[in-house]
Design a protein around this ligand. Structure first.
Ligand code: AG3
Length: 298
C-alpha cells in the first residue's frame, strides 16, 4: 500500500466463507462489498476484476479501485460528458482518453452532430472484458462514428496537431499505475495545444474528503490551473466511490462553465438523462467551504 493514496485490496474471505471486495479509503477506513467474482485478469498494465453485488449489480475494479458499478455508472457518465456540451453546444471533435468500459463513449455518441470521436484506451483487456461482462456501458463500441485506438493517451496528445479537438474527456483511473501520465504537466500542456479556441478539457479529479485523495486532486488541479486560464472543479454524488463525493475538473481557454452555460441550447438536444439537468449543472460547480479553504491553503 502506498502513502500517497491507499490502494484497494482485491478480496477477503470472511469467516463465513463469503468473498468481500474491499477498497481502502484511508489507513483505518474500508469500504467492502460482498461479491461473486466473475472474471479476473492481470493484463500487462493492471489487475482487473469483474464482480456481482446484489445492491450495486455488475461492477469492476482496477488495481483494487472501484471503476464502474451498474447502479451508479449513470451519474459518472452523465457528469463527465454533458456539462461541457451545455457550455459549448457547437463541439464537433471529441477525444476520449481511457474509458475502456465504454460508458463515456456511449454518452458522447448520443450527440448526433459530432463529426469526430477518437477514443484512446491503453488496455485492450478493459474493452474486451467490458464487452463480455458489462453491456450496460460497453454497448456503443460498434458505432461507426467511434474511432477506438488501443494506445497510450499521453503519446496520442503529444503526437496530435494543434487545434485537433473541441473537447477532451479524460476518463482515467487513479493517478497510480498506467494512468499516471495523464496527471502530468506535459499532458495538460499538450491538451491545451491540441484544443481549439473554444476547447474544453474534462478530467477525473478524485475526491476531497480523505487526505490521500485530496492530495491527488490538489496536485492535478495546481498543474491544470497553471496551464489553462479557466480551471474549476465540479462535484457529483457517487455512492460507490470513496466518501460518495467525487469531482471532475473543467478547464478551458475561454469558456466559463457558469457564465457561458447554455441550458436552452443543450435542452434542444432532447437527451433524456437520469442525473444531469440544468440545475445540477449550476449546483455542481458550487464548492463547500471546507474544500474552498483546503484549496486556498496549500
Ligand atoms: N474511472 C475511475 C474513477 C476513479 C475511481 N477511483 C476510486 N474508486 N478510488 C471510472 C471509469 C468509468 N468509465
Amino acid at each position: 500500500m502506498n502513502d500517497q493514496h491507499d490502494a484497494g485490496e482485491t478480496y477477503n474471505y470472511g469467516l463465513s466463507g463469503d468473498i468481500w471486495f474491499t477498497e481502502h479509503q484511508s489507513r483505518d477506513v474500508d469500504f467492502s462489498y460482498k461479491v461473486r467474482v466473475l472474471a479476473e485478469e492481470q493484463s500487462p498494465f493492471q489487475h482487473i476484476v469483474f464482480m456481482d453485488n446484489p445492491s450495486f449489480g455488475r461492477m469492476f475494479s482496477i488495481n483494487g479501485f472501484m471503476q464502474v458499478t451498474e447502479a451508479d455508472e449513470f451519474v459518472y457518465h452523465d457528469m463527465i460528458v454533458h456539462p461541457a456540451l451545455a457550455v459549448n453546444p457547437d463541439i464537433r471533435r471529441v477525444l476520449i482518453i481511457g474509458g475502456g468500459d465504454g460508458g463515456t463513449a456511449r454518452e458522447t455518441l448520443r450527440y448526433r452532430q459530432l463529426e469526430r470521436i477518437d477514443m484512446v484506451e491503453i488496455d485492450e483487456a478493459v474493452v474486451r472484458m467490458s464487452k463480455q461482462y458489462l453491456p450496460v456501458t460497453a454497448c456503443a463500441f460498434d458505432d461507426a462514428r467511434l474511432n477506438l485506438i488501443i494506445g497510450d493517451g499521453l503519446a496520442h496528445v503529444q503526437n496530435s496537431p494543434d487545434n485537433s479537438y473541441d473537447l477532451i474527456l479524460v476518463d482515467s483511473t487513479d493517478p497510480v499505475g498506467p494512468g499516471e501520465g495523464l496527471f502530468t504537466f506535459d499532458f495538460y500542456r499538450h491538451c491545451y495545444r491540441i484544443l481549439g479556441e473554444r476547447g474544453i478539457l474534462i478530467n477525473q479529479q478524485e475526491s476531497a474528503f480523505y487526505p490521500g485523495d485530496f492530495r491527488e486532486m490538489q496536485r492535478a488541479q495546481q498543474k491544470i490551473k497553471a496551464t489553462f486560464p479557466i480551471a474549476m472543479l465540479y462535484s457529483f454524488n457517487m455512492p460507490s466511490y470513496g466518501s460518495g463525493s467525487w469531482f471532475f475538473g473543467f478547464a478551458s481557454k475561454r469558456l466559463h462553465p457558469l457564465n457561458d452555460h447554455q441550458p436552452e441550447r443543450w435542452e434542444q438536444f432532447g437527451l433524456d438523462t437520469r442525473y444531469y439537468n440544468r440545475d445540477i449543472h449550476r449546483a455542481a460547480f458550487a464548492l463547500p467551504n471546507y474544500l474552498r479553504r483546503k484549496l486556498e491553503q496549500e
